[in-house]
Design a binder for this molecule. Structure first.
Ligand code: PGA
Length: 245
């Protein structure tokens, strides 16, 4: 059981059309009653195409909306296919995921992540900054140095900032159904908190209703970044309920 203030962030990735917003009805209804008893924050990060309609739909629900990525620069430019942080803010995003491993694997660099975070902060978005080691790095036992490098480079020249939340997402856990051993996860979260004092640190990677009891027993985690399971309102609600059971 916990009474901690926890974040539940839904990462819809490249899934969803306008009709998918109907699945939110159930979550809105649930949250209306639940939040009277518990303190928690729910944030949905849909594809950019759904930020505007989702923000409108969720108005008054206390559920907030975030984006999944942005361009490095916060002003307009000739970058076909891109959107910047202020454009995302203008359609209702309050948060933004930056540095997700799916983007890192597609070529996003630490330097680019650093610029994106700066741009997002300038646009007054809160940042969900993702870090995590690959399976190869884990096997080589270099997790700490990988995370340290990602933190240092990603947050270079950025002062301690309450608008940044770190999400630890081991690459080998994302979408695989495998989560870290509790003891390892506790130690890694502690390590990150020691590196960046006063930062909230979330866990992400295959969070689901089946493993949430194990995850919630790790008491230094401040919430979860949830991919696959967040598309199913029943699973998402189950995760929240079980966290507080
Ligand atoms: P998953 O994704 O919950 O589907 O593993 C998490 C994420 O990529 O943020």
């Amino acid at each position: 059981m916990t009474n901690k203030y926890m974040y539940f962030i839904a990462n819809w990735k490249m899934f969803g059309v306008l009709n998918s917003l109907n699945t939110l009805n159930r979550v809105v209804k649930f949250f209306k009653n639940f939040k009277k008893r518990k303190s928690l924050k729910i944030i949905y990060c849909p594809p950019s195409t759904l930020i505007d309609p989702m923000s409108k739909k969720l108005r008054g629900s206390n559920i907030e909306v975030g984006a999944q990525n942005c361009h490095e620069q916060d002003v307009y430019g000739a970058f076909t296919g891109s959107v910047n942080s202020s454009m995302l803010k203008s359609v209702g995003a309050k948060y933004i995921i930056i540095g997700h491993s799916e983007n890192r694997q597609a070529g996003e660099t630490d330097k680019s992540i650093n610029l994106k975070i700066k741009s997002a902060l300038k646009s007054r978005l809160s940042v969900i900054f993702c870090i995590g080691e690959t399976l190869k790095a884990k096997r080589k036992k270099i997790t700490k140095s990988v995370l340290n490098k990602q933190i240092k480079a990603g947050l270079k020249n950025i002062k301690n900032n309450k608008k940044i939340i770190i999400a630890y997402e081991p690459v080998w856990s994302i979408g695989t159904g495998i989560i870290p051993k509790s003891d390892d996860l506790f130690k890694t979260i502690s390590f990150i908190k020691k590196e960046k004092k006063n930062y909230k640190v979330l866990y992400g990677g295959s969070v689901n209703p089946k493993n949430i009891n194990q995850l919630k027993s790790i008491n230094n985690i401040d919430g979860y970044l949830i991919g696959g399971a967040s598309q199913d309102p029943k699973k998402f609600i189950d995760i929240i309920k079980k966290t507080y059971n």
